[in-house]
Design a protein around this ligand. Structure first.
Ligand SMILES: O=C(O)CCC(=O)C(=O)O
Ligand SMILES: [Fe+2]
Length: 293
């Protein structure tokens, strides 16, 4: 067990808000996740997917909201809007039409073992988490040519705890650079950017934002030359602080940009019922432990 996570890396992460760790996964481990993901995509029946069948008469928004909210407990497939024409016909092959798969991949043994293990335990315990819980897990596809931009944001908006505690583990499954939409971030922005808004369940069903801090909202729009690019090789891990401002560009290359990401929170932080992501369906009251304390 040779994986090291040093105090020097902790210091960079605390200063920058993001940290790149090359070779977190071996080429064989990356291949295992990619092969498995491609198998799931092969088995996925897009013709019966609720979001390919809706028409304006049968309330696609409502079906979409339901499907999204329930994905907290299962393996759901989210489709790339640009894979459809204006009449909602699929214009890309199935494997090129998926935007994201989530949000609880831990029910699958392959994703689970690459999430809960001695390496993530070493990182999270060095960062002084007491009772780390895995809140969500997903494959992000960023398809060639249509994989859209992820606008500037803070993860604490979507994974809101008091005090803030979310941390992203983002693992490149393919090489990433500026042509296929690698991540980029505003160095140190987590140190002076209180969470700008919260993504919550709306009373009427669906989701909405509650605005908290306009200055942070303004700094999301900061000019792109201040963003630092996180170009990396497949197998790299990028840690993302809850408050750091980060984004990714659209993918205008011929290659996809698959990544596996999971987010962890502190189990004893307040996680209230306003948050979009809840686990009412599994009968549990708490998210999965990253490790047994
Ligand atoms: O994969 C991307 O482009 C964005 C990912 C992201 O923002 C995250 O995992 O927090
Ligand atoms: Fe993010």
């Amino acid at each position: 067990m040779s994986f090291q996570f040093t105090q020097a890396q902790v210091d960079i992460f605390n200063r920058e808000g993001c940290l790149l760790i090359p070779d977190y996964l071996s080429p064989n481990e990356v291949k295992e996740i990619l092969d498995h993901t491609n198998r799931l995509i092969d088995e996925f029946d897009i013709t019966t997917h609720p979001l390919t069948k809706f028409t304006t008469e049968n309330d696609g928004d409502h079906i979409g909201d339901e499907y999204f909210l329930k994905s907290s407990e299962n393996i759901s497939f989210f489709l790339e809007p640009a894979a459809f024409d204006k009449d909602n016909n699929l214009i890309k092959s199935k494997d090129k039409s998926i935007n994201k798969i989530g949000h609880n991949l831990l029910i699958d043994e392959v994703y689970r073992k690459h999430t809960i293990n001695y390496k993530s335990k070493k990182i999270i315990s060095r960062l002084n988490y007491r009772d780390p819980r895995v809140l969500q897990s997903m494959i992000i596809c960023k398809q060639p040519q249509i994989g859209g931009e992820v606008p500037s944001h803070q993860d604490g908006v979507f994974l809101y705890t008091e005090p803030q505690s979310a941390i992203g583990f983002w693992i490149a499954l393919e090489d990433c650079d500026e042509t296929n939409g690698c991540l980029s971030y505003l160095p140190g922005s987590h140190l002076n950017s209180p969470i700008g808004k919260r993504f919550v369940k709306a009373e009427t069903g669906g989701t909405k934002f509650i605005y908290l801090n306009e200055d942070t909202e303004d700094s999301y729009k900061n000019s792109s030359e201040n963003y630092k690019l996180l170009k990396c090789k497949k197998g790299s891990l990028i840690l993302i602080n809850h408050s750091v401002i980060h984004r990714s560009n659209l993918n205008f290359s011929e290659n996809s940009r698959f990544a596996y990401a999971f987010h962890v929170i502190e189990g004893d932080a307040i996680y209230d019922e306003k948050n979009w992501l809840q686990i009412p369906y599994t009968g549990g009251t708490k998210f999965t432990k990253l490790y047994d304390v």
